[in-house]
Design a protein. Structure first.
Length: 289
């Protein structure tokens, strides 16, 4: 299945969404998706696998995942012991803070995730306890819906991010901890190869040849482990890069489409709208709405 754009319906004045202690099953889990908002996922109990960008992670109690915007991801709950987790989605504008004379941003932990391409943060017992307490307080605020609720929730999110940044920024810990290998080595190498060559004319035949497995076996295991077919995954990678270029450069849409590997502009427009939920021009004007 191709990745989908996950719409996050919330008030523009309060760009935040919260799913508290939800037990996932394969039937209820979203297909592969990406969105512009940032996301934190905390696992309370259960087991599963989380595919994020190009890496597979074990999910278990105490796992915390930091997912920057425009990152392909999908969870695969264990059938016998499905994951119960809490997910927070927010527009980065919600937690923008004044510099106050020190080099700090609430989004530093997400920046580290993006740069290191490691999206799971090892949690100390103290961080786990604090995280669960703040999640309960957010849920209580949302349920009570008293005066100043949005301000209270925003402050709680900032507390969460402050604690995560302090934990992940501690010397010798955090985001740069090596991730245990999950899945066949040839699959991991294929995902990295796609990351480096997504704009080139690559496909199932070349990838399976590089992996020294049959195309049928490669295709079957790729879909089983990522939830996507090879063509859909490469297309999503190209769209993610195109979104980055739309915001970071003043290049025309035709040039961006070509540099991301699209042979025709109409095909780029169709695929961008299908995956990103809107046109390239609309995204460049309002990327995080």
């Amino acid at each position: 299945m191709k990745p989908i754009f996950k719409p996050l319906n919330a008030s523009p004045a309060f760009p935040f969404s919260f799913v508290y202690r939800d037990t996932k099953t394969k039937q209820r889990e979203l297909p592969d998706h990406l969105h512009d908002w940032y996301e934190m996922v905390y696992v309370h109990d259960g087991k599963g696998t989380f595919f994020i960008d190009s890496t597979f992670y074990d999910m278990h109690a105490g796992s915390l995942f930091l997912i920057p915007g425009n990152t392909i991801h999908r969870a695969f709950p264990d059938t016998a012991d499905p994951v119960t987790s809490t997910a927070l989605f927010f527009n980065p504008a919600l937690v923008q803070a004044r510099p106050l004379g020190e080099p700090f941003s609430y989004l530093q932990c997400f920046d580290r995730s993006r740069l290191s391409r490691l999206y799971r943060l090892p949690c100390s017992p103290a961080l786990m306890a604090g995280f669960e307490q703040i999640l309960r307080e957010i849920d209580e605020e949302l349920r009570a819906s008293q005066m100043g609720m949005r301000h209270a929730v925003t402050l709680l999110i900032q507390r969460l991010l402050l604690s995560v940044n302090r934990e992940s920024g501690t010397a010798g810990r955090g985001q740069h901890t090596a991730t245990p290998a999950i899945g066949p080595r040839w699959m991991r190498e294929a995902l990295l190869f796609i990351d480096e060559h997504y704009a080139e004319d690559i496909g199932l035949r070349e990838l399976s040849k590089r992996a020294s497995v049959s195309p049928a076996h490669f295709s079957r295991l790729f879909k089983q482990m990522t939830g996507m077919n090879v063509t859909g995954f490469i297309a999503a990678k190209r769209i993610v890069k195109a979104k980055e270029m739309l915001l970071a450069t003043d290049h025309g849409v035709a040039r961006i489409a070509a540099e991301c590997g699209f042979e025709s502009l109409p095909h780029f427009h169709r695929l961008f709208k299908r995956i990103a939920g809107g046109t390239p021009a609309a995204y460049r004007r309002s990327p995080l709405l």
